[in-house]
Write a protein that binds this ligand. Structure first.
Ligand code: ADP
Length: 496
């Protein structure tokens, strides 16, 4: 099958979160299973500066945006270590900016226009490429108009009318909501601006549009697929989602073990380790991390880590409250890497400044450091309010770093709480709690620290986690099945 991935992020071109990991690794896994994926994405400044070789194709196109015509051009590259072609839409006014979606906590004012342009460029490019695509796989709100265009403006013409669409929700909370007059930018008829399709409380809603129009819809874990059917995690879209419940699927993300593997990790240098050498290997990585972060070098103190967007979603209010208590009395070290909301920059920065012996905070985006934290930490905290899938817990399991998570979304699907039964069966891999409170997080951390002190049990937890396979080999095949189903549904719709 020829599958076109329309996305705004793909590692190593650009990434702000899990979307980038998924769109950089799933196509490789699909190619390994005999499929023919192609990626198309905006030529953001990050992608231009990523070091990936880019070439011009000579293809230019003109896109109607409201009353004006905007010119773009097509660049070509390739996903490293694969044959997967990557096309990039270059339009400097829209995409040559400091960030992908906004700066200093504010979205770019013209985001609607930017991503209308991107979506219509994708459709223009489909016509100019020789390849006949079978499925257009769209990712998150920035690409969500594509299924709508296929069903409306482009429905009666080749090559678009044969193209089936799958829309994957990576995070339902980021919807792309714009004032209703932006509808004019889309070029679509106002008749679609209704409560079943594109309109949401008087606004134009991209996420709703994608869900309403795609042949099939998926999200990134089975539990999140259930959770988004009801408030609060439905984020107001429960009606639309319930209407599509027969067409909604939950497929767990995979980890890219070419990138995230302690036995080959290029960011660990000589300190790589595997399941056989984990005990000494982790001690070396832990000591190195403690030195790098300016913490006291001590193998016996539990080293707790967090890497992620500093957003409410990730539970940083709980983390900050627990840290405030723990730095006073508990013997633990904290390493935090993240960027995001100013309030968390402030509170975490202050905690680090006041407790340099126990807390190290890096308010930046550093892939290298993220890898060394996974290798050097004892525990990895993800007390998320909600978590569509979560990737860091999968990386943690691979690195023998015990995840401490709130049992929601993909975290509930991938981490097994340590209790007498799960331990006896050899299935325990981490620590889970249900209630979203700092007390529950603190209690669970205390439970984890008690286990940490028992080297035999801790070793068992580490080894059970490291031996698991959370690579795409579990899930890529499920996507292929879903692509087939998506095509079948599309053919059915065309016949009707
Ligand atoms: P989300 O997509 O909601 O941000 P995920 O857990 O699915 O969360 O994926 C986050 C990805 O982004 C992981 O690969 C994580 O390591 C990475 N990441 C997040 N923040 C940072 C940061 N400050 N530095 C390096 N990597 C980061």
């Amino acid at each position: 099958m020829n599958i076109l991935f329309a996305t705004t992020e793909a590692v190593p071109f650009c990434k702000t979160g899990g979307l980038g990991d998924v769109c950089g690794s799933l196509p490789k896994a699909l190619a390994g299973l005999g499929q023919s994926p192609t990626i198309i994405m905006p030529a953001f400044r990050q992608a231009i500066e990523s070091g990936c070789p880019l070439e011009t194709t000579g293809t230019t196109f003109e896109i109607p945006i409201g009353q004006k015509q905007v010119v773009g051009q097509l660049l070509r590259s390739q996903l490293p270590d694969s044959d997967v072609p990557v096309y990039l839409i270059e339009q400097a006014d829209y995409f040559d900016r400091a960030q992908l979606y906004g700066e200093n906590g504010d979205d770019y004012q013209d985001n609607c226009e930017r991503f209308v342009f991107f979506c219509r460029s994708v459709l223009a490019v489909i016509e100019s490429l020789d390849l006949q695509f079978d499925v257009l796989h769209c990712h998150d709100w920035c690409t969500a108009l594509l299924p709508a265009y296929l069903q409306t403006l482009y429905s009666d013409r080749a090559p678009w009318n044969r193209l089936a669409s799958l829309y994957t929700i990576h995070n339902l909370a980021y919807q792309g909501n714009f004032w209703h007059w932006d509808m004019a930018l889309t070029g679509m008829d106002w008749k679609y601006f209704n409560w079943r399709q594109m309109e949401f409380y008087g606004n134009l809603n991209f996420m709703k549009t994608g869900i309403a129009f795609a042949d099939t819809v998926s999200t990134v874990s089975p539990t999140y697929a259930q959770e988004i059917m009801r408030p609060p995690l439905s984020c107001g879209l429960e009606g639309t989602l319930q209407h599509r419940r027969e067409d909604l699927f939950g497929i767990l993300n995979g980890a890219d073990y070419d990138e995230w593997n302690p036995s080959t990790d290029r960011y660990l240098g000589a300190d790589i380790y595997d399941v056989a050498s984990v005990e000494t290997g982790k001690l070396v990585c832990k000591a190195r991390l403690q030195r790098e972060m300016g913490l006291h070098e001590d193998p016996d103190v539990p080293l707790l880590a967090v890497v992620g967007r500093l957003a409410d979603q990730k539970g940083f209010d709980l983390i900050a409250r627990v840290m405030q208590k723990w730095v006073e009395r508990e013997g633990a070290q904290w390493v935090i890497l993240g960027t995001g909301d100013a309030k968390y920059h402030q509170v975490l920065g202050q905690l680090a400044a006041e407790n340099p012996q126990k807390v190290a905070v890096r308010l930046e985006f550093s892939n290298e450091l993220a890898h060394r934290i996974e290798a050097g930490a004892d525990m990895f905290l993800m007390p998320s309010q909600y978590e569509p899938c979560g990737l860091n817990q999968l990386y943690s399991l691979k690195y023998g770093t015990i995840p401490v998570v709130r049992a929601t979304g993909g975290l509930a699907d991938t981490v097994v709480d340590s209790n007498p039964q799960s331990l006896a069966k050899g299935k325990a891999t981490g620590f889970c709690f249900a209630e979203y409170t700092s007390l529950a997080l603190s209690d669970t951390l205390q439970r984890a620290c008690a286990f940490f002190a028992d080297k035999t049990i801790w070793r068992q937890l580490i080894k059970t986690g490291m031996k698991q396979d959370w690579s795409w080999s579990r899930s890529a095949g499920k996507y292929i099945e879903l692509y087939e189903q998506t095509r079948a549904r599309h053919r059915q719709e065309v016949l009707n």
